[in-house]
Design a protein around this ligand. Structure first.
Ligand SMILES: [Fe+2]
Length: 339
């Protein structure tokens, strides 16, 4: 078996507003659109995943909070309805996903070997959190590629931010080793917003973009400072600034998704590409890409020997009428592609 690779990592923020604005059939509330610039940024993520043809998409979500240890989805097929507890008016989404349990188990064991408290989630009725679902939907609305979901342990909250990030560093290394050992071709998603202060009142029409702007000049400037460094590839400076950024901007990176992703990719000191930025109820959201095939750090899809055909992620027909590859063309509000 050839050694597996992470072919790309994305900052993939999960405001439920972006799913609401798209109007996919899985989501009950309907909108008049909104947040187009972020949703168009996700169109580039979707195209890149088509190009890269990964076997699996891994996502670390701040909204699957586990008080004790780092947990991994460990059920092969998960389906149900996910409701955002803060914005139930925007997000009531029927999901249906397949999990790469073998990869999750390997990463979980590696995390234990590195001294982390880690556990497989084996509840077949588990309700997957909206952060995981939103990032995955926005990146791959067909749901035809198996996923691995990782929880956000609260270590950065009850330890220092730095101690919490150190755990996420180990979690990233554990993830990378599992991908390499099992020969997977993987994409990793950091499901997180940057500056995270938001307005306390929602407009009467949530998608009224005349009401949307940064929470404050300070929040905006911090987002731009970090993005500028990421665009330049000065990633060590980004990591050095992270604790300060988290403290000042209440950045959702505190939950560890960003550090986990960078660690899994081997901390590439490389310029990423900003695909789009936008504010959602005042928070700062960047859709950002590191395509490691561009830098010779991963194999292009054309040269990769797939162990199974791309888009063959579903081993059997999904039980849900909404499942399986029928979602890509959804969304009347923006246009002909997968919106
Ligand atoms: Fe969030």
């Amino acid at each position: 078996m050839p050694k597996g690779e992470i072919v790309a990592g994305f900052i993939a923020p999960h405001p439920p507003h972006l799913v609401y604005g798209e109007n996919p059939p899985q989501n009950e509330p309907k909108s008049q659109g909104g947040w187009e610039q972020l949703r168009w940024a996700y169109e580039k993520v979707r195209a890149k995943i088509d190009e890269l043809q990964p076997d699996v998409i891994l996502v670390h979500s701040p909204h699957w909070i586990t008080q004790l240890g780092h947990h991994f989805l460990g059920i092969e097929h998960l389906a149900g309805k996910s409701v955002d507890p803060i914005f139930p008016n925007l997000f009531r989404y029927t999901y249906d996903m397949n999990v790469d349990v073998e990869l999750a188990e390997a990463a979980c064991q590696n995390a234990k070997d590195l001294g982390l408290v880690s556990k497989m989630m084996r509840n077949p009725k588990f309700r997957v959190d909206y952060g995981t679902i939103t990032s995955l939907h926005l990146a791959r609305p067909q749901w035809d590629i198996p996923v691995v979901g990782l929880s956000a342990n609260n270590s950065p909250y009850y330890l220092t931010t730095e101690e919490g990030f150190e755990e996420m560093d180990r979690l990233g290394k554990a993830t990378r080793k599992a991908i390499e050992d099992l020969g997977r071709r993987a994409v990793v998603l950091c499901s997180a917003t940057m500056s995270h202060r938001h307005f306390q009142e929602e407009p009467d029409v949530p998608e009224d973009m005349s009401q949307e702007h940064p929470y404050s000049m300070e929040m905006y400037q911090w987002d731009m400072k970090l993005i500028d460094l990421m665009r330049r590839g000065e990633m060590q400076k980004v990591h050095d600034l992270l604790p300060q950024f988290v403290e000042i901007a209440f950045a959702e990176f505190k939950a560890g998704s960003f550090t986990w992703m960078c660690s899994a990719m081997g901390y590439p000191e490389l310029p990423g590409e900003l695909l789009g930025f936008g504010n959602v109820i005042g928070t700062g959201n960047a859709v950002f890409e590191w395509d490691l095939t561009k830098f010779g750090l991963a194999t292009p899809a054309s040269e990769w020997k797939h162990s199974r055909p791309f888009n063959a992620g579903r081993p059997s027909a999904p039980s849900s009428p909404l499942g399986g590859g029928s979602f890509g063309g959804a969304g009347p509000s923006i246009g002909a592609t997968a919106r």
